[in-house]
Design a protein around this ligand. Structure first.
Ligand SMILES: [Fe+2]
Ligand SMILES: [Fe+2]
Length: 204
């Protein structure tokens, strides 16, 4: 599996995570009580999988090499993608802050949590689409097979450093979020989830 394939696989898992958060957001807006564990796991997934694993490999391997290769012509695009990573982290900090009040039943904190989860999902979805449809294809075109091979080696190094289970741990967390949502909302959650996947259709 090439480095780009690995990043695309990360995106599939990230989309599944975002779908769950989108549903959690809708339940919050309807003033349904979403288990706080869903958001605790959101914080964990965001930190361990998104930042330390996925964004790290994008920023320190793909973005860097592509910027070098393109000799500055795509710097504004890279700055903008990095900026989205940073805004995503800021929104997660807001979610973390609001979660404290949510856990004690604070009404303002609940609204703030719903609001920030909504912003976060919408930013991340847009970001992942942009990478899948614009940025990754540009990288696929810019590099030769040999250069792509160098990425693979860089990724291996990072994976060794972060432990071989980084991806699997991410999958486990998303499954655990899904289990919490199912346990709380049952068929309503399952139907809404199926509807979401069905409606997205070809856009993946
Ligand atoms: Fe990214
Ligand atoms: Fe990405």
């Amino acid at each position: 599996m090439t480095a780009l394939d690995k990043l695309k696989d990360d995106h599939k898992l990230i989309r599944r995570y975002l779908d769950n958060l989108f549903l959690a957001h809708n339940f919050l807006v309807e003033r349904e009580e979403v288990p706080a564990s869903v958001f605790d796991k959101t914080l964990e997934f965001s930190k361990k999988f998104m930042n330390k694993y996925h964004h790290y490999r994008e920023e320190y391997v793909l973005f860097l090499k592509l910027a070098e290769k393109k000799g500055g012509t795509i710097d504004p695009q890279i700055v903008s993608l990095r900026d989205q990573h940073e805004r995503s982290r800021d929104l997660v900090s807001q979610i973390k802050e609001a979660l404290k009040g949510y856990k004690s039943g604070d009404e303002v904190a609940t609204s703030r949590l719903a609001e920030n989860v909504g912003y976060y999902v919408s930013l991340e979805r847009q970001h992942v689409n942009r990478e899948n449809h614009v940025f990754y294809p540009m990288a696929a075109e810019a590099f030769s097979a040999a250069e792509m091979g160098e990425f693979d080696a860089e990724f291996e190094k990072i994976e060794q450093k972060q432990g071989p289970d980084a991806f699997k741990n991410g999958v486990d967390l998303v499954e655990s979020i899904e289990a919490d949502m199912k346990a709380k909302f049952g068929a309503v959650y399952r139907d809404a989830y199926e509807e979401l996947v069905k409606n997205r259709g070809h856009k993946e």
